[in-house]
Design a protein around this ligand. Structure first.
Ligand SMILES: Cc1ncc(COP(=O)(O)O)c(C=O)c1O
Length: 455
């Protein structure tokens, strides 16, 4: 079992008492409750001097790597400037500049920006703006997607795990299967719909790529029915998949997009909704409505400054091209090395948003323990993989939130060839253990027992 220093245990105790005891217990059970002292680039250093490679990036927050020195310098400079922050009574020069640069990179119809502090707030914004612009209330969303945990965002999600106990949700929202163009056509034809909201590549659903022409056909259908196409690029934006937006892979020009996570380099909360002039004008339609949709931390100067510095870093370091090249190499090598294993179903992704999907083993010997653990919790298998990668190989990773059989691979875009090699070697060893050793399964049983003992 993981041992923490006495001072670190005190930190845990206070957190348990005052914040969320179950979170501490979960990390303890998974043996991932370590103290991180220093994080830079892809590397995290723990209080017992272990070096951990970050292959999840805070779920696509740290595209430029942890604590990039240029971002820190920009933030220090902004603080030293002692300029207007949170004044709520001025025109922000930094917000204008950031909006200009985001719209220029996004292109198409996206010519105006609204800033907030989280992806969920961005989703709330697109719900309100789509309804205000179209005068319709109906919203369609892609099943199994993830859009955040506010009530509006949950109203666009089908997975009961996130929703249970928190309803009722917004009326007039309906799911369509991701990638099913006929289902979308039927729903759009049935009644007027304000917007179809989806991730271009579904992240938490298991890094699910759309069929090649799906988004372009969805856009054409939406246009013919007067429905807005809204893309949630919270995970996929900021060069994560190669181009600035995942939309750019598929040749679509959405009416609105939501950006968050990587926008401000991982140090200051920030999000943005980009939209057409027409949508913006529908909401801010008169002097009386000049601030009808806003939020206290919107356009705060540290977040805006962080956004500008992050764009500079992403572009000066050519991190989009790097994501494309590194991702191709990663997928190729993983496919070569893992192809022979019974439980590996697929290696897929775009740029540095990738996944390994596992499946129920066909071998009888493996199926018995696999099914037994699945009955305790469907995420048990994936979580033991994650734990093994962490404990034995110093790799921080996670399974997808709505697809427990899929291991997500999303390192910072500054990841090096050597770090990718270390990841591949580690995954191969753990996957081999799954197929050849009883230790993996007895460890899983140990976790299962600890989970059952703490519920
Ligand atoms: C695709 C997507 N949309 C929206 C959100 C919500 O963002 P936030 O957690 O900043 O509210 C997330 C969060 O993980 C996400 O992955």
């Amino acid at each position: 079992m993981l041992k923490k220093a006495p001072a670190e245990n005190v930190v845990d105790e206070i957190y348990e008492r005052r914040v969320n005891p179950q979170w501490v217990r979960l990390l303890d059970v998974l043996q991932m409750n370590v103290t991180y002292l220093q994080c830079s680039g892809t590397e995290l250093v723990t209080s017992d001097s272990r070096r951990i490679l970050d292959f999840i990036s805070g779920y696509c927050v740290h595209n430029i790597g942890h604590n990039h020195p240029r971002l820190i310098a920009a933030l220090k400079e902004e603080l030293d400037r002692a300029g207007p922050a949170m004044l709520q009574s001025h025109v922000s020069d930094l917000a204008g500049e950031l909006a200009e640069r985001l719209c220029a990179r996004a292109g198409g119809r996206l010519t105006k920006a609204f800033f907030a502090s989280s992806g969920s707030e961005g989703i709330e914004t697109v719900i309100k703006f789509a309804r205000a612009h179209t005068g319709r209330s109906g919203l369609l969303y892609a099943a199994d997607g993830f859009h955040g945990l506010t009530c509006g965002a949950l109203s666009l999600m089908s997975n009961e795990f996130w929703k249970g106990g928190f309803g009722p949700f917004l009326p007039d929202t309906e799911a369509v299967p991701f990638g099913d163009i006929e289902a979308l056509e039927r729903k759009l034809a049935a009644r007027p719909i304000a917007a179809f909201i989806l991730e271009p590549i579904q992240g938490e659903a298991g890094i699910r790529l759309p069929p090649p022409d799906y988004l372009a056909r969805a856009q054409a259908l939406c246009r013919s029915h007067g429905t807005l196409l809204v893309l949630d690029e919270v995970q996929t934006g900021f060069y994560r998949t190669g181009p600035f937006l995942a939309a750019h892979h598929f040749g679509v020009e959405p009416d609105m997009i939501v950006l968050a996570k990587a926008i401000s380099g991982g140090l200051i909360p920030c999000s943005a909704v980009l939209m057409s002039d027409a949508i913006c004008n529908s909401v801010y339609s008169s002097l009386k409505r000049a601030f009808v949709h806003t939020t206290t931390f919107s356009e705060n100067s540290l977040a805006m400054r962080a956004g500008l510095a992050t764009l500079d870093i992403l572009e000066d370091e050519n991190l989009g091209a790097r994501a494309t090249a590194m991702g191709e190499r990663l997928r190729l090598r993983l496919s070569e090395r893992l192809g022979k294993y019974d439980m590996v179903a697929d290696v897929r992704g775009l740029g540095l948003l990738n996944a390994i999907e596992f499946k129920t083993p066909s071998s009888y010997l493996l199926r018995i323990p696999f099914e037994a653990f699945g009955k305790i919790h469907p995420g048990m298998f994936g979580q033991v993989l994650v734990m093994r990668l962490f404990k034995d190989h110093g790799i921080l990773s996670q399974i997808c939130g709505n697809n427990f059989m899929t291991l997500k691979i999303a390192p910072p875009l500054v990841v090096t060839d050597e770090q990718i090699d270390a990841y591949i070697a580690a995954v191969e060893k753990v996957v081999d253990l799954v197929h050849t050793s009883t230790t993996f399964w007895s460890e899983a049983l140990g976790i299962a027992r600890r989970v059952l003992a703490t519920v």
